[in-house]
Write a protein that binds this ligand. Structure first.
Ligand code: ADP
Ligand code: SF4
Length: 683
């Protein structure tokens, strides 16, 4: 008996039964219909790891609703069945249920691929793709609505033929026609699909009834519905229409999958919301229906999961990100290996697979997205091929992961770190505002490393080339990281900014080392992810008067791909920080800086007491070049530079780089492309 047994109880969902309460809700992944093998392998690993239900992402049901340039699921016609069937098969192989989220995207489709008019409750500029496509939808007439219902029914039948057990009617995130008909701001109709809430819900009701009629004998019918949009009275709320829609349809579907909208709220990063943050909005649902309810909230702690079940908030614990960070989370709970759970850090790098159109990746789980093309498994790794000993220098994310994975292979590893504390950049960055959960990248790896007797860890051990060669070491992995530039050079400035050598200029490293400016601070961000805005927030909280200057058209430009940009900017503006987008730092003087518009060249002078530059970093690759001759002479056998020391980037890349080095150690180098590539047949 364990306190977690409740999580392993089967749950009946209409005509099917989930083997346990772990439910991987639909999530995008960048594979979509374009890379079905990668997709099937990734979903199959989730089932293998114990997720009782594994769903697709949103799946297009008709060519009049294509959400190009995004790659999601596709079930336009029978030719799309085999690819999805391979995913359902991969899930069934492990005794789990496969769910499919059928989506007619309406206003969210711009039909950039099909070039046909998109259809919506009214004619308006579409809200999908870039969000600003110069294209409007056509208002659906009664015939269009009848057609949509037929297409949905046909897609449900195809989904059943593909082997799916749970079929969704999607009304979440404002991203489907069924949701958009419900939302007053999109529905100005005067027919029986407009006006009262009952009328606006008619389409969703019909889709549920007709899907049930088509496939309800064998498949469960799920509804994904966002009960609150975080827009107050401008949208639906959990106390208002969100509540009333659930009340109206309470017993109609076999399963309620409820969340908040839009997607950036639903997938809130840890920078803004804690575990379980959706309970406040979704917990009413179970009081209105006897059908099972699934909900999400970045649950990674089994105690929180049990609590959500026992408090009557949920029947099934929904997860996208926790299942990405650890596909084996359920198995680890079952086996009582709680400390082995690789907890999601809530960074949303996984989301960038979708938003950047590439296979999904994850900061915590370097094998995510690599299941098919590299044959990587999140828990299994090839055993060592020799008794070689390896020295890993640097215990940031790349060095920790390299040491851990080499240790898992069975090699004798020494991990040496110059600082007293292990963790490198992650340890330092996770002390900044909102990034506390990121520490899990270090904590999980240290927990694993401490369990392995074949890994010896030496903190406070700065290493130089001479000592290393004298130690007789034969195999070296260098994970020595990078330092932030102090001269403003980066993708915009190709020469040091004049005045960078004046006092009161700070780099992110200075701030993380506790050297802090005061008064009027100019922060120049040419890095564009989180560091600039996090430091601006940190300085503002410390009483500085902050002006953020960036050459990009948005603050923290790249954070739009992690769904954070708007919230980052809102938070910054609330601190009173002044924001100058599309401006470059021209020069730094004693009491002021000059900046100029990247568009007009117009120059301004801003008073300052200090300047913080967040631009490029410089790799710590000195040791590598000092040791290279020893490699060439044969004094050492192998030498590999990884992580930020090889090429500064995001933490996910550092972890991946460390993992790759461990997998490739002792293997013969591959000629050509070192992974499988999915190619479409030309016929
Ligand atoms: P990455 O993101 O690639 O893992 P980090 O900057 O996070 O890089 O970590 C690099 C780590 O390497 C830091 O903790 C740093 O103290 C350590 N380090 C750098 N040079 C040496 C060295 N010569 N000897 C030992 N440790 C080093
Ligand atoms: Fe969690 Fe980040 Fe991994 Fe996404 S990328 S699953 S948010 S750790």
């Amino acid at each position: 008996m364990s306190q977690f047994d409740v999580l392993f109880e089967p749950v009946r969902i209409g005509p099917v039964t989930a083997p346990n309460r772990f439910y991987q809700v639909p999530h995008c992944n960048g594979f979509g219909y374009r890379m079905p093998r990668g997709l099937a392998a990734m979903r199959g690993i989730k089932a293998e790891g114990g997720w009782g239900v594994v769903c697709t992402e949103e799946t297009e049901i008709h060519h009049t609703s294509d959400i190009a340039p995004y790659f999601e699921g596709r079930l336009w016609n029978d030719d799309d069945i085999p690819a999805l069937a391979s995913m359902a098969d991969a899930v069934h192989q492990h005794g789990s249920l496969a769910g499919i989220e059928l989506a007619y995207s309406g206003l969210n489709a711009s039909n950039l691929y099909s070039r046909l008019p998109a259809l919506g409750p009214r004619s308006m500029g579409t809200i999908g793709a870039s969000g600003y496509e110069p294209v409007q939808t056509r208002r659906m007439d009664q015939e269009d609505i009848r057609n949509l219902r037929r297409w949905h029914r046909e897609a449900a039948l195809r989904a059943q033929r593909a082997g799916f057990d749970i079929i969704y009617c999607y009304a979440g995130h404002g991203m489907s026609a069924a949701a958009q008909f419900i939302l007053r701001r999109y529905n100005d109709r005067t027919d029986e699909y407009g006006g009262s809430l009952e009328n606006r819900t008619r389409l969703l009701r019909e889709l549920i009834e007709e899907t049930k009629d088509a496939v309800g004998g064998r498949c469960a019918i799920a509804v994904r519905f966002a009960v609150d949009e975080w827009m107050g009275e401008d949208g639906i709320t959990w106390q208002g229409e969100g509540h009333d829609v659930v009340a109206m349809l309470a017993e109609l579907p076999d399963l309620w999958d409820v969340n908040v909208s839009n997607w950036s709220h639903d997938s809130s990063p840890s920078r803004f919301e804690p575990e379980g943050f959706q309970e406040k909005y979704t917990s009413f649902v179970k009081q209105l229906t006897t059908k099972p309810v699934v909900g999400v909230g970045r649950y990674t702690s089994p105690d929180s999961m049990v609590s959500a079940i026992q408090r009557g908030v949920l029947d099934l614990v929904g997860a996208a990100r926790p299942s990405i960070a650890d596909p084996f989370l359920p198995t680890k709970i079952k086996e009582g290996r709680i400390e082995d759970i690789r907890e999601c850090i809530g960074c949303n790098i996984c989301v960038t697979g979708d938003t950047r159109f590439v296979p999904i990746r994850c900061t915590q789980n370097p094998t995510m997205g690599e299941e098919w093309r590299r044959g990587w498994h999140p828990e299994i790794i090839a055993p060592r091929k020799s008794a070689k000993e390896i020295m890993v220098i640097g215990a940031g994310p790349s060095g920790l992961e390299a040491a851990r994975a080499l240790g898992q292979r069975g090699y004798e590893v020494s991990l040496l770190e110059a600082r007293k504390e292990l963790g490198g950049r992650v340890l330092r960055e996770s002390a900044l505002p909102g990034l506390n959960e990121w520490r899990r990248v270090v904590d999980w790896r240290l927990t694993q490393i401490r369990k392995m007797k074949n890994i010896s860890v030496y903190p406070s051990s700065p290493m130089n080339a001479k000592d290393m060669i004298e130690s007789g070491v034969k195999n070296v992995v260098l994970a020595t990281g990078a330092v932030w530039r102090r001269d403003g050079m980066g993708r915009t400035l190709s020469k040091p900014v004049s005045g960078h050598d004046l006092p009161n200029l700070f780099s992110p490293d200075d701030l993380m080392d506790g050297k802090l400016p005061s008064g009027r601070v100019i922060l120049y961000d040419d890095e564009h992810y989180y560091m600039g805005s996090v430091l601006a927030e940190f300085l503002a909280a410390g009483g500085c008067d902050v002006s953020l200057i960036t050459p990009a058209p948005l603050v923290s430009y790249w954070s739009q791909f992690t769904l954070e940009q708007e919230r980052v900017q809102r938070k910054l503006m609330k601190t009173g920080a002044r924001i100058y987008v599309q401006h470059v730092l021209d020069s730094i003087g004693k009491d002021s800086v000059t900046i100029s518009s990247t568009i007009t060249g117009h120059v301004r002078e801003l008073e300052k007491e200090a300047v913080v530059v967040v631009t490029d970093r410089i790799s710590n690759d000195g040791l590598y070049y000092q040791l290279k001759p020893a490699l060439d002479e044969g004094t050492i056998d192998s030498l590999r530079l990884i992580g930020d020391a090889e090429a500064p980037g995001i933490i996910a890349q550092a972890v991946f780089s460390g993992h790759l080095a461990a997998r490739e150690f002792d293997e013969s180098p591959v000629e050509g492309t070192p992974f499988k590539v999915e190619r479409m047949s030309a016929v």
